[in-house]
Design a protein around this ligand. Structure first.
Ligand code: ZN
Length: 311
């Protein structure tokens, strides 16, 4: 590293990283600037540095009268400033000051200077790390990309729908953090059994938002899952605590729920039938989620025994 004051380019680079970090820690910024804006600016800056580094020859350092310290180091060290001539095996050999045989000569120290390219590759590594964060760690889907009004009306709609199933007032929260729902528990939602509060992952909420407000049916199984999760948590709010029974009721309520959120009736029913069909596979990892045998047309858990359709 050189010890000159920070160059303009370096300050620019630090500002870009600071902006990206701020984006992560100041939620307000996310509403104003999509992350790819500072990211692209930073990537462009780094690319510019890299190309400049490839094009320009290395600038010589400050030159004065020779020999410079860097020259001495490059040539083996200060001992070589006044070499002596010594006869070795009948031949004259130059050795550094004080040496009598070739064994006394220290291996020249490896040069410590970093190539100019290496310094610039640093930036490329940072870009790669940020790209990883942006593309892999930041979940896609974009609940965070919605503005406050959209989030509020989505939560209000989902709360109303959950309340309808629960039979009492409900409050659906979409800003659930990792400790409540999400990666840690491998669940897309949690709810207070018999209570008022349910928590969904932002991904589930975003899918339901797209369906309800943007007329976007989305991928069949993702939308089916999102509807089933909301219905599932709503049944917990209603007081059901058995996961298998809750699932069974959720798949049935999911048909009308899906329809109210904008799906054609047939699609909503097919989605919930798919959820029921996939239940055994999902429940292999978590058996408590397996629907009981009575979860069938005309079974004890059939909410509408009169209908010929299940769910
Ligand atoms: Zn549950």
């Amino acid at each position: 590293m050189d010890d000159r004051p920070l160059s303009f380019a370096r300050r620019l680079r630090i500002s870009a990283v600071a902006l990206i970090l701020a984006w992560f820690f100041l939620p307000g910024l996310r509403d104003w600037i999509p992350l790819w804006v500072p990211f692209l600016a930073f990537a462009a800056l780094e690319l510019n540095f890299l190309l400049a580094g490839l094009r320009e020859p290395r600038l010589p350092g400050k030159r004065g009268r020779i020999p410079q310290e860097s020259d001495i180091e490059e040539l083996g060290g200060e001992e070589w400033l006044e070499p002596v001539i010594v006869e070795v095996d009948g031949q004259d050999v130059w050795l550094p000051e004080g040496a009598e045989t070739e064994e006394d000569v220290e291996e020249p120290r490896p040069l410590r200077r970093r190539g100019p390219l290496l310094g610039r590759l640093e930036g490329v590594v940072v870009v790669a790390a940020l790209a990883f964060v942006l593309l892999v760690l930041v979940p896609k889907g974009g609940w965070d990309g919605l503005d406050g009004d959209d989030r509020a009306r989505t939560e209000a709609l989902l709360s109303a729908e959950a309340g309808r199933i629960a039979g009492h007032e409900a409050r659906v929260h979409c800003d659930a953090r990792g400790e409540t729902v999400g990666i840690v528990q491998h669940a897309d939602g949690v709810a207070e059994v018999g209570g008022r509060n349910a928590y969904l992952t932002p991904q589930i909420c975003f899918r339901l938002h797209r369906l309800a407000f943007e007329d976007d049916e989305g991928a069949f199984s993702q939308t089916a899952r999102a509807i089933a999760v909301l219905a599932h948590e709503a049944w917990h709010l209603r007081g059901e605590d058995d996961e298998g029974v809750t699932n069974c009721y959720a798949f049935q309520s999911g048909v009308s729920l899906g329809r109210r959120l904008g799906l054609p009736d047939g699609t909503a029913a097919r989605m919930m039938r798919q959820q029921l069909a996939d239940n055994a596979t999902f429940a292999r990892a978590a058996p408590e989620y397996l629907v009981p045998g009575e979860c069938r047309e005309g079974g004890r858990l059939d909410l509408a025994p009169a209908s010929r359709r299940f769910p």
